[in-house]
Design a protein around this ligand. Structure first.
Ligand code: ZN
Length: 66
């Protein structure tokens, strides 16, 4: 099961979560402040997620659709 690293945009907390394929991104919250305003910081893709071409990462990609 893959483990993803996240960073909270609200309080700056870094944390890791085990994310199953059935778990929706909307369920993810910061364990420190319970904010849903988080982003993936998994190292191999950090440069891609910071840009506008996240979809290039295929199954690991997550594009906020808010
Ligand atoms: Zn937080």
């Amino acid at each position: 099961m893959p483990i993803y690293e996240y960073k909270c945009n609200n309080c700056g907390e870094d944390f890791s979560l085990i994310q199953s394929i059935t778990r929706l991104s909307s369920d993810l919250k910061c364990p420190n402040c319970n904010s849903a305003d988080i982003k993936k910081t998994i190292s191999a893709f950090s440069c891609l997620f910071s840009g506008s071409s996240a979809k290039k990462t295929s199954d690991l990609s997550y594009s906020p659709s808010s």
